[in-house]
Structure formats: C-alpha cells, structure tokens
Ligand binder design. Structure first.
Ligand code: SF4
Length: 226
C-alpha cells in the first residue's frame, strides 16, 4: 500500500489555507487532497497538474466535473481504457481499465498554479504511488509541470528529457521503479489549450494511439470497434 496524504494534510501551508477557505465557501464539496482513480496496478498512468477548483476539488475524483475531464474521459472510453458513461460525477459508475489518473499536486491551488515548493513536497506521495505499481508500461504527462515532476520522481533531472507534445522518452528510472517505462508528453487537455487549438482532438487521439500501442493494445478506437 502506498503513502496517501491525510484528508487535512497541511504540508503545503498555502494550499491548506486555501482548502480552509473553500471548506467555508463550499461546505458540501470534497475540498481535500484528491486521490488517484483507477486500478492499483495500471499499465498506463495519466498525470495531470492539480485538481481544478470546481472539478476534482468539488467531486473528489481527478478530472471529474470540469471541461478537461470531458475531453480526457471521452478519449479513455474511446480507447477502451474506461468502461461505462462518464457523467461528471464520482458515482457515475465509470470504470477505468488498465489505466489510472492522478495529479502531481493533490490539492487545488489558487489560480490553478502550484508553486515549486508545493510540487516538490507533494512529489513524495506521487513517488510512493508510482513505486507501488508492478506493471506500468507508459505514463502520459499532461503538461510541462507533470513532465518535470515525473522525471524527478523517477530520479532524473528535468533537463535530461525535454518536454514536447507527442515526444516519447524511454526512461530507465534511477529510483521509484526498477524497470523501464515510456513517458509520453502531451499538452494539457485544458479548456484554454483546446479552445486556442494548441491541443486538437486529433492531436490528443494521437497520444492515445501511442499509449494503446505501448500497452499492447491495437492502436485505434477500441471501444468504437468492439
Ligand atoms: S499538495 Fe500534497 S503535500 Fe501539499 S498539502 Fe496537499 S496533499 Fe499535502
């Protein structure tokens, strides 16, 4: 079993204060470190930045309830990494298959921007989670911050592997995992990136084609063809 933060983890004082404020403002919402979602022994790990205020922070499930989740979960269902219907609620019955989603920072940051110290502090939990996987084949890093914290979680310098959309990095971890894994970079599936055309549906689909291939599945629209 890996190390999980306490519901009231206060290792990042700024984020703990923000959580206190949100608990006052939105008392019926989740407002706590958001745990990973999916099987405990995934082949594919998807790592985002941090919970969105009205998305994962409200619902308690990564990427659930905000625009980025619509895009991501549709893709997971299309490629057979998820089964069921995504309905923006943690009790929608959606099941992830061979894939798990987590964030580099478990608590919602103000303006969606964690600072370096918060990313570094929360990496301890990310490392512990990754170390518990025995069968990981690929990791999708959604954005530069996820890419950077993943590299450090695997014992490499950020400068060793440059972020680029659809870049593949064959990583031999120096720590955390004792077997190789492929890191796939993707622009984050945020509303901003999709609205501006920085990340199109085809570009995101290409990422999942790569991930499906690395996980030994036929690349292509798995769910649609079954
Ligand atoms: S971001 Fe991580 S380390 Fe920081 S308070 Fe939240 S759970 Fe704790």
């Amino acid at each position: 079993m890996y190390k999980k933060p306490e519901t009231d983890c206060r290792l990042c004082p700024r984020l703990a204060e923000f959580r206190d404020e949100n608990r006052e403002k939105f008392p019926d919402k989740f407002n706590a470190p958001v745990p990973g979602f999916g099987p405990d022994d995934p082949e594919l790990l998807i790592v985002g930045l941090a919970p969105g205020l009205r998305g994962a922070n409200f619902t308690g499930r990564p990427f659930t309830g905000d625009y980025a989740g619509d895009f991501l979960y549709d893709m997971l269902v299309e490629y057979g990494f998820a089964k069921g219907v995504y309905d923006k609620r943690p009790d929608d019955g959606l099941e992830l298959i061979g894939a798990r989603i987590t964030n580099g920072v478990k608590c919602v940051p103000p303006q969606n921007k964690p600072v370096g110290a918060e990313i570094n502090t929360c990496r301890d939990f990310l490392e512990s989670e990754i170390a518990s996987y025995g069968n990981l084949k690929a990791i999708i890093a959604l954005g530069t911050i996820a890419h950077n914290t993943l590299l450090r979680a695997l014992g490499h310098k950020q400068s060793a592997f440059k972020f680029g959309h659809a870049a593949l990095h064959e990583i031999t971890p120096e720590k955390t995992l004792d077997y190789p894994v492929t890191l796939i970079d993707s622009y984050h599936c945020s509303r901003y990136n999709t609205n501006t055309g920085r990340l199109t549906e085809d570009m995101f689909r290409n990422i999942f084609d790569i991930a499906a291939g690395l996980c030994g599945r036929d690349p292509g629209r798995q769910a649609a063809s079954s």
